[in-house]
Write a protein that binds this ligand. Structure first.
Ligand code: NAP
Ligand code: MG
Length: 507
């Protein structure tokens, strides 16, 4: 792995000492403003994917704990200081939480990289910085949640309007690839709208969610507004999805679990927003800035070792530049410094678990067996931890599973397109997917860009590297097709945590 040896211990730092102290005892559940063990007394271990070693344990919350947390969140929603708080005061609490995140940013980044395996340099800037930004951006919405003044079609003297109210108690279920960023994002949207929350973080990465809970208590959120229940998907997660006291489930994770959550939600007509997977296309035309396009595309797949829902894992390059794009992508991938997440010069860390590494490897093997060419990488990296080589696959046909399914590893598929079929051919290639999260287009031709923007089925379209999830919180983010339902970000994000009420007043 380009010189990296996993035996190198991270340099001792204040952040390291604080993180080690936090994990020295089992992490507990944050319910109604108190730290408690699971009702069952059970705990589970979690690990450092850079070494495979256990680094801590957390309470295994179950049905009973979820029930307690939901009841606390319900009380906080209906009674107490929370519903009486002026919106601007909710905003102030959110700002304080953002400041608290910044104030212990190095510690949060260390903890996140240690437990989640993403390189320190990216967790500090993207995950921790992004978490604080999500709170600040959404704090701005608290007093801008509007209804409309309406004209009824009925005759008579009537004044009609719509008002937006918080949806109620939200169950937030988050994945392991961006634990703090996802947890904070869902909490930010919920509290901005005036809701209360029960968060169930991924079992593989509970550490930063628990640290976030400490900050929530520290900055003065009333008890029960934000509750955090660590545990398994099949235990705490399923209990949250089934609980009749939950008004909305906000989920990020796999399409399979998203589907099961929607099925559960149907029973009590819970609202759902689902942010699921992707197999996002990157389309490079010869008139675009090819150099920048390739760099951006390659680094986009390296980011979080490819464990990123919006990763552009299908690169389509015009046939005139295809060989150049292929060669440059392989060159960038081969030079990437793969190593332990806590090493300061690491550019790509491990995959989260042995299971996910095995899964990525089996996709590469299937691709090879189906006739794809492994241009670079393709192997796991021996030694401790769960490391894979960044992998470029060429001669990939549209029907191969490597081209169709979300791999969630550092693997990119390249294929050429021609002029012969006009734009229809490339549009068909881009849309030939069950997913529709993000599409990236590189061209200087405005006509081509606008045609593709209109015809590509994806929740976000980025032209020449702009926008997308790196662009901050102002743009709605979410998927078409199997990539999900609903949007986070923009006014749509916060509005999806509200109900609309129509009011008609006769006079
Ligand atoms: P996952 O099972 O969908 O995990 C997401 C969250 O849902 C976790 O907190 C998980 O808990 C919880 N969960 C699992 N089963 C549940 C259930 N029946 N009811 C309620 N909650 C449940 O994802 P995964 O298994 O960790 O990863 C598998 C694949 O999902 C990846 O390879 C990738 O393709 C996709 N994925 C996508 C994203 C994304 O950003 N869109 C993120 C992660 C994974 P546990 O942690 O205990 O399982
Ligand atoms: Mg799972």
């Amino acid at each position: 792995m380009t010189g990296a040896t996993v035996s190198e211990a991270p340099a001792p730092s204040d952040a390291a000492t604080k993180s080690q102290r936090l994990l020295a005892r089992p992490l507990r559940l944050f319910i109604d403003g108190e730290w408690v063990a699971a009702a069952s007394g059970e705990t589970f271990d979690f690990s450092d994917p850079s070494t495979g070693r256990v680094i801590g344990s957390a309470a295994a919350g179950g049905v009973h704990d979820i029930d307690r947390a939901v009841k606390a969140a319900r009380r906080a929603f209906e009674e107490g200081p929370w519903p009486a708080l002026a919106p601007a005061d909710r905003g102030r609490l959110m700002m304080r939480l953002a400041d608290a995140i910044d104030a212990c940013g190095d510690e949060l980044a260390y903890l996140e990289s240690w437990n989640g395996g993403n390189p320190l340099r990216s967790t500090r800037a993207v995950d921790v910085g992004g978490a604080a930004e999500r709170l600040r951006y959404n704090a701005g919405w608290v007093n801008k949640i509007f209804g409309d003044t309406l004209l009824s079609s009925a005759r008579g003297s009537t004044f009609s309007c719509s008002i937006r109210e918080p949806i109620g108690v939200v169950g937030a279920i988050t994945p392991w690839n961006a634990p703090l960023f996802m947890a904070t994002g869902k909490i930010a949207l919920a509290v901005a709208a005036g809701c209360t929350v029960v968060l169930k973080p991924a079992e593989l990465t509970p550490a930063t969610a628990v640290r976030l809970g400490e900050l929530v208590g520290q900055v003065g959120f009333p008890p029960g507004v934000i509750n955090i229940v660590t545990g398994f998907g099949s235990g705490a997660g399923a209990a949250l999805a089934e609980h009749p006291g939950i008004d909305k489930i906000a989920f990020t994770g796999s399409t399979a679990v998203g589907r099961s959550i929607m099925t559960q939600a149907a029973k009590s007509m819970k609202r759902v927003t689902l942010e699921l997977g992707g197999k996002s296309p990157v389309i490079i035309f010869p008139d675009g800035d090819v150099e920048t396009a390739v760099r951006s595309a390659a680094l986009g797949v390296i980011f979080k070792s490819g464990q990123f829902c919006a990763a552009g894992t299908r690169i389509f390059a015009h046939r005139r530049i295809f060989e150049r794009v292929l060669e440059q992508t392989a060159r960038i991938f081969t030079a990437v410094k793969v190593g332990p997440a806590l090493r300061p010069d690491t550019e790509m860390g491990p995959i989260i678990s042995r299971k996910q590494l095995d899964r990525a490897m089996s996709y590469i093997e299937a691709g090879r067996a189906d006739g794809a060419e492994v241009v670079c990488g393709g192997k796991r990296i021996p030694g401790e931890g769960y490391f894979a080589q960044p992998t470029v696959l060429a001669h990939v046909r549209p029907d191969m599973p490597v081209m169709r399914e979300e791999i969630f590893g550092p693997v990119v598929c390249l294929a050429p397109f021609d002029d012969a079929g006009g734009l229809d051919e490339i549009i068909a290639l881009a849309n030939d997917s069950d997913y529709g999260l993000v599409a990236r287009v590189w061209t200087r031709d405005l006509g081509i860009a606008h045609r593709l923007i209109r015809r590509i089925k994806a929740g976000s379209v980025s032209v020449n590297g702009a926008g997308g999830p790196g662009a901050g919180e102002g743009l709605p983010f979410g998927g078409f097709k199997l990539s999900g339902i609903g949007r986070e970000g923009g006014h749509e994000g916060v509005e999806s945590y509200t109900e609309i009420k129509s009011v008609a007043i006769g006079y």
